[in-house]
Design a protein around this ligand. Structure first.
Ligand SMILES: *[C@@H]1O[C@H](CO)[C@@H](O)[C@H](O)[C@H]1NC(C)=O
Ligand SMILES: *[C@@H]1O[C@H](CO)[C@@H](O)[C@H](O)[C@H]1NC(C)=O
Ligand SMILES: *[C@@H]1O[C@H](CO)[C@@H](O)[C@H](O)[C@H]1NC(C)=O
Ligand SMILES: *[C@@H]1O[C@H](CO)[C@@H](O)[C@H](O)[C@H]1NC(C)=O
Ligand SMILES: *[C@@H]1O[C@H](CO)[C@@H](O)[C@H](O)[C@H]1NC(C)=O
Ligand SMILES: *[C@@H]1O[C@H](CO)[C@@H](O)[C@H](O)[C@H]1NC(C)=O
Ligand SMILES: *[C@@H]1O[C@H](CO)[C@@H](O)[C@H](O)[C@H]1NC(C)=O
Length: 344
């Protein structure tokens, strides 16, 4: 066997001997050289083309950076240039964007507050995104959701055009915010998110609103639909007709609990850049909204909402067992909630 192989190789060698047919061999070499040349050329061209493409991209990035915004050094971490995955910000690509979150509790005027913010051409507040449970199932789903919102890839009725200058959401304290506070505070710190705390001073009014709203969830007083917010005095009047009974025994404990939750939130998020706003203050003095717009660094606008307040004026007419409530709060730190429209 080895012998056979050897002789075969010898034959092959003899076959290739230049003496046999030099012309054919030269042709073969020529063809090989040509093929090689074409191959090398094509590889070179490919490399050149990718290099010029990437150089072209680099040049674009280097030649057209966004001009340095005219801001104080402390502001730098809070100024962003998001690049949405789903569309281009076009001529607004260099309009800086601020990230915010409205941290609040149910029935504290945050729905109204959000409509005011969304009346600003350059503000998109995307609503109560974490009212959907799966989005707050764990810190990874929360962060994924936040990434999408702050990258301007979240679409809601509040989404504005490409020139958004402040983007955010409304987030209730009991929607995973306190539960996952460590990861969220860290996210706010690293991503430069500012917090707007929106609280209500008069917790008795808040409680009445909670009870009435939860009653309407089933009763559906407005032509069979449940509404948490209304746009006409007529609708407001219908909703305000319902007078809840307040459990006077639990009243103080419940209000303390709300206060504790608010205190805890402020403690957890104290290292985050934040502002504290009270619903009553905005209601009394619309110029309070100037503070909020300055906090968000957006151009100042006069902001309007179409929403109408449901429970107006003195509280006694909105509670079925007003005497019990009065007795329970008289002489306590919460007594002022009974009188006038607001607590100082
Ligand atoms: C703001 O509210 C006013 C009055 O309701 C309305 O005319 C205007 O279109 C609103 N602007 C935006 C951006 O929603
Ligand atoms: C977080 O929750 C989502 C949705 O419920 C789930 O698919 C995912 O595996 C969870 N991740 C972790 C780290 O628990
Ligand atoms: C606000 O929006 C308007 C119109 O969309 C745009 O022209 C303007 O540049 C935006 N302002 C900021 C500060 O982004
Ligand atoms: C209920 O429906 C009627 C007729 O469809 C309408 O006239 C009325 O304004 C509605 N009421 C409310 C509170 O929406
Ligand atoms: C108030 O709540 C307590 C505890 O749940 C209950 O024992 C009590 O009967 C309630 N009082 C009224 C008037 O509903
Ligand atoms: C209204 O709020 C603005 C901004 O916070 C403040 O400067 C102004 O003094 C307030 N006006 C009244 C009447 O409280
Ligand atoms: C509240 O308590 C004071 C005494 O502390 C009493 O004079 C007053 O009548 C009480 N008011 C009501 C509405 O119960």
């Amino acid at each position: 066997m080895p012998d056979d192989l050897c002789s075969f190789a010898k034959d092959a060698f003899i076959l290739k001997s230049p003496k046999k047919s030099p012309l054919v061999l030269r042709m073969i070499v020529l063809v090989l050289v040509m093929v090689c040349g074409v191959y090398i050329c094509s590889v070179c061209l490919k490399q050149i083309s990718t290099r010029t493409k990437s150089e072209f991209l680099n040049v674009q990035v280097i030649e057209r950076p966004c001009p340095e915004p005219n801001i104080e050094p402390w502001e730098i971490p809070y100024v962003h240039y998001p690049k949405p995955k789903t569309y281009s910000r076009a001529e607004c690509a260099c309009n800086p964007v601020r990230y915010f979150a409205i941290l609040s509790m149910q029935r504290s005027g945050s729905g109204w507050f959000e409509t005011l913010l969304n009346n600003h051409t350059n503000i998109s507040s995307n609503g109560e995104i974490f009212s959907v449970k799966v989005r707050r199932s764990n810190s990874s789903t929360i962060i994924e959701t936040l990434d999408k919102i702050y990258n301007l890839d979240w679409f809601s009725s509040a989404s504005k055009n490409e020139c958004t200058a402040a983007v955010g959401l409304k987030w209730m304290l009991n929607q995973g915010l306190l539960q996952h506070h460590e990861e969220i505070v860290e996210y706010f710190r690293t991503q430069g998110v500012s917090a707007i705390f929106l609280f209500r001073r008069n917790l008795l009014r808040r409680m009445i609103s909670v009870l009435a709203n939860s009653y309407d969830r089933n009763a559906k007083l407005l032509n069979g639909t449940h509404k948490s917010h209304v746009h006409s005095p007529h609708e407001a009047e219908i909703l305000a007709r319902y007078k809840p009974v307040i459990n006077a025994t639990l009243l103080i404990r419940d209000m303390k609990q709300v206060e504790d939750t608010q205190t805890k939130a402020l403690e957890y998020f104290k290292s985050t850049r934040h502002i504290i706003v009270y619903y009553e203050d905005i209601l009394k003095n619309h110029t309070k909204l100037v503070d909020v717009q300055e906090f968000l660094q957006v151009p100042l606008r006069d902001l309007k909402s179409r929403q109408v307040k449901i429970h107006k004026g003195t509280l006694s007419k909105y509670v079925a067992n007003w005497d019990d409530v009065q007795n329970a709060l008289n002489g306590t730190q919460y007594e002022s909630f009974l009188h006038g429209a607001y607590r100082k």
